[in-house]
Design a protein around this ligand. Structure first.
Ligand code: FAD
Length: 362
């Protein structure tokens, strides 16, 4: 049997060897660095493009309304939409270099603000920006294409080196088709014998089976956390509607498990003022979603860093405290987590941590 050795792999600081018939390289913008491990002279497949988004308060998208401008004065697309209780606006599309911590620049943020202002009667202020970040789109060039000039917004699957299948490009919205094509290519490459055809297109997301829109009501009704009233008497507390709606939307039917942790382990407090994220989510994600770092929680398990940089920064000590209990982190690991999370949040240019001039902020 011919196997590829993946060495050294690391999980939770521990290194180990792993062997596989086929390796799927789905490293997004970083897929070229993985291809270069197979061939240091591999030509790039990725044409990185930077996209900046900003988040504004909810009053810019009242009653769930948004706007999309298909063609601005200079031919770009700009949108402003309700997102997780706030307003997201974007975007830009400019060539960039690949870096693990991309940052938006002031011109890009100002372009989005100006473009929106052109279509509203009110000024959208730089001081309203709760969070601003840059992401790298992995636009792909097919290494086998005759015309290498053709940059695609579709995905590309290729196996240039035996046993290494690369999938890149594509869209978030086409992830099922990307997964199907990548797995089919891996089956072919490794001459694997799957027991069934691909089931991706009908597979529900975890927590989707049996989910009903009314689940949040049941959550709020069933949640009983004893708390002290003003008079010092112990009385049952209720889960507020915003938190119940958030848990139902984020975890589906598994929300009940998060609520149980909140109730039974005294982890029912909110992590940040004005946001529905609960302390119990940190414990749940550490136990069930491989949440191994504070950055993972503020960026991917929750979206707090993207919604409100300042709120994420304030929530960090408590998030790290809970993760430390879950993972037995010592003081030095906790310090390292704070440091890494602060460096990560520095790349977000909210109105608080950006250097811009509006006459008030210096
Ligand atoms: C600004 C912006 C706007 C976008 N807008 C849209 C949109 O409106 N609609 C839409 O459908 N799509 C949109 N996309 C595209 C979409 O987000 C990406 O196409 C999609 O995330 C690509 O998925 P992926 O799994 O290939 O890569 P990624 O989501 O980037 O995942 C790659 C993973 O690989 C990991 N990784 C990297 N290197 C290594 C390594 N050496 N070893 C192990 N793991 C590694 C990374 O940590 C990451 O988790 C947008 C993207 C950006 C950046």
């Amino acid at each position: 049997m011919c196997c590829t050795r993946l060495s050294p792999c690391s999980y939770n600081g521990q290194e180990f060897d792993a062997y596989a018939k086929v390796v799927v390289n789905a490293a997004g913008p970083f897929c070229d660095s993985v291809r270069k491990m197979a061939n240091k002279d591999a030509l790039p497949m990725i044409c990185p493009s930077s996209g900046v988004h900003i988040v504004l308060p909810d009053y810019y998208s009242p009653d769930g309304m948004g706007l999309i401008v298909p063609k601005t004065k200079d031919g770009r697309v700009v949108f402003m939409l309700p997102w997780l209780g706030r307003t997201i606006a974007g975007t830009t599309d400019s060539s960039t270099s690949i870096t693990p911590l991309p940052e938006p620049n002031e011109n890009e943020i100002q372009f989005i603000l100006d473009a929106i202002c052109d279509y509203l009667n009110i000024k959208v202020r730089r001081t309203d920006v709760l969070s601003a970040w840059s992401g790298i789109r992995p636009l792909a060039v097919d290494p086998n294409a005759k015309n290498t000039e053709s940059i695609s917004r579709d995905h590309v699957v290729s196996e240039e080196y035996p046993g290494l299948v690369t999938i890149t490009g594509g869209k978030w919205t086409t992830y099922r088709s990307m997964a199907e094509d990548a797995v089919n290519a891996a089956i072919k490459s490794g001459k694997l014998s799957p027991s069934n055809e691909c089931i991706t297109s009908n597979l529900r997301l975890i927590g989707g089976d049996g989910w009903e829109p009314s689940l949040f009501t049941v959550l709020a009704q069933q949640y009983v956390r004893m708390k002290k009233s003003d008079g010092g008497k112990v009385v049952p507390g209720v889960m507020d509607t915003a938190a119940a709606k958030h848990l139902s939307r984020a975890y589906g039917t598994l929300a009940e498990r998060v609520a149980t942790i909140a109730q039974n382990e005294n982890l029912g407090k909110r992590l940040a003022h004005g946001y529905p994220y609960l302390e119990a989510e940190v414990a749940y994600c550490a136990r069930n979603e491989y949440c191994e770092s504070a950055v993972d929680f503020i960026a991917r398990r929750s979206r707090l860093a993207f919604l409100d940089t300042d709120a994420a920064s304030h929530a960090l000590p408590r998030i790290i405290e809970i993760l430390a209990t879950e993972h037995n982190w010592d003081k030095s690991r906790q310090k390292e987590e704070i440091q890494k999370a602060k460096e990560f949040l520095e790349t977000f240019k909210s109105s608080k941590n950006a250097h811009f001039h509006d006459g008030k902020h210096q």
